[in-house]
Design a protein around this ligand. Structure first.
Ligand SMILES: [Zn+2]
Length: 497
């Protein structure tokens, strides 16, 4: 691996020859008991992970371009996973649940009517926006620094001309609060502009039910519009918002202590906009291949693999699952590993900040140990990594809320790579970690093969480690040969290749 890499263009980095471990799984793998780190990591190959991603891509192509929960694309993905897991001998549970879905029936339209020149303006509808077709004057609210919380208080709309479209900067409170205040002030539509570079892909949340069209534009466009006198615009949205049924997929080992369960999860759904091959076809495929290659292992601790539905609608599937357990069933869960976006093209090797060393929020006790495991997984390969904030933007949130230790990996989404990060991880500073985050271009080509190969191994290494021994996390005795080592260097996954 190449921490000392000079900066190369993104295109070249993605085309890099695959690492040794990416060779197709040898026939031996199919029937092998992969109960050591070396054996398992040899069998969890990039090719196999990519094959799953390719199936996800084909499913999306055949189902309107996405695999969003509540759509045929998602249901076909569920069927694919269930088939693979059952063939490998797992007990598979398909857990159905209802969620408030949001479907964009046709692309939202934002148009400049006057002053001239008129024309369309690039915009990105908020999920759970209402439907509407309005043409009206635009009234811009005071923005930071004049008002650090624009649209967050009813007083911000004092004197607001009823019937106008409200133009509001991001920041200070949720998008839903801004839109609700605007609606209460008599606005006919809402345009929220980002307060940082990049496209704003936001949600109003599943509880938002007001019949008002709400969309977003970039910071540049928003500031230009706010500075335009006599602005009249048209905003048209056409959406469906209502209850739909979707599924979690659960597969657990037949063996292993049911009182010390290792949960390993990834969300399976994509957003409406695209096939979601990095978000989250990367995590889903790596967890799937790990499960398939561990199918013959007899773990000390029961391993329960989970693929969550409706994560993009607010972590609905994982919350449904964890909330639906009894206290005893929750107590039986030793830890949870989360893998959401582990193949970003312009990646950073992020590890959830379990010990709170960087962001002052610790995970439940034991989360620090899981963070250390991943840090060392990289370090013994001569690779740097860095902590990422516990932001509750992925499926570990419900486990955190019940005090279950968690950890996991992430390679970046809409955040912007720094110059320092470019020096360490390569790629391009000033660009998003995933330039296609929540966009139609999150396809099979929107993945760093290099980091996906590495992270698939990390998924497998952590799963096997804790399948055999959680002693370092929860003091429960485990298999001797997976005892947390004093000297990391001489054990399996930590052995430098
Ligand atoms: Zn995701």
């Amino acid at each position: 691996m190449d921490t000392k890499r000079t900066t190369v263009s993104l295109a070249v980095m993605l085309a890099l020859p695959l690492l040794a471990s990416s060779a197709a799984a040898s026939p031996a793998c199919a029937n092998r008991v992969n109960n050591t780190q070396a054996k398992l990591l040899e069998c969890v190959t990039l090719d196999a992970v990519r094959e799953h991603q390719m199936v996800f891509q084909e499913i999306a192509d055949a189902n309107g371009g996405n695999r969003a929960s509540g759509t045929p694309g998602y249901d076909a993905t569920v069927d694919y996973l269930a088939g693979e897991l059952e063939d490998a001998g797992y007990d598979v549970t398909i857990q159905a649940f209802e969620f408030q879905t949001f479907v964009n029936l046709s692309p939202s339209l934002l148009e400049l009517v006057s002053p001239a020149p008129a024309g369309p303006v690039a915009n990105s509808i908020f999920s759970y926006s209402g439907s509407g077709d309005v043409t009206a004057p635009v009234a811009a609210l005071a923005a930071p620094p004049a008002d650090p919380t624009p649209g967050c208080e009813a007083a911000d709309f004092a004197g607001f001309p009823a019937g106008s479209i409200a133009l509001i900067s991001r920041g200070g409170c949720t998008f839903a609060i801004k839109a609700t205040n605007a609606y209460a002030a008599g606005s006919s539509g809402v345009v929220i502009y980002n307060n940082a570079p990049g496209v704003l892909n936001g949600t109003l949340g599943t509880d938002f039910a007001l019949a008002i069209p709400v969309t977003s534009v970039t910071q540049d466009v928003g500031q230009q519009l706010a500075a335009t006198a006599g602005l009249v615009m048209r905003l048209k949205t056409d959406v469906f918002s209502g209850l739909a049924t979707t599924y979690n997929v659960l597969a657990e080992t037949r063996n292993g202590d049911p009182g010390n369960v290792i949960m390993v999860g990834a969300h399976l759904d994509s957003v409406d906009e695209g096939p979601g091959i990095n978000d989250n076809g990367s995590g889903s495929a790596a967890v799937l291949e790990t499960a398939l290659q561990m199918a013959k292992v007899k773990p000390r601790n029961k391993v329960r693999f989970a693929w969550w539905g409706a994560e993009e609608s607010g972590l609905v599937g994982s919350r449904h699952y964890v909330n639906g357990l009894s206290d005893e069933e929750r107590d039986d869960i030793a830890l949870y590993l989360n893998f959401d976006m582990i193949g970003s093209p312009n990646y950073v090797r992020f590890v959830y900040d379990g010990d709170g060393s960087a962001f002052e929020l610790e995970g439940p006790p034991g989360s620090d140990v899981i963070e250390a495991f991943f840090e060392r997984f990289y370090a013994v390969r001569g690779l740097e990594s860095e902590p990422t904030q516990i932001s509750f933007r992925s499926d570990y949130a419900a486990f955190f809320d019940f005090g279950i230790p968690f950890g996991g990996l992430f390679t970046g989404a809409e955040g912007i790579k720094s110059v320092e990060q470019e020096a360490i991880y390569g790629g391009v500073a000033g660009e998003q970690y995933d330039p296609c985050y929540h966009l139609v271009c999150d396809t099979i080509d929107n993945v760093s093969l290099e980091v996906l190969d590495l992270n698939a191994d990390a998924v497998a290494a952590a799963t096997l480690q804790y399948a055999m021994n959680t002693q370092a996390v929860n003091a429960r005795k485990g298999k001797g040969n997976f005892k947390p080592p004093k000297d990391m260097e001489n054990l399996g996954a930590w052995k430098v290749r």
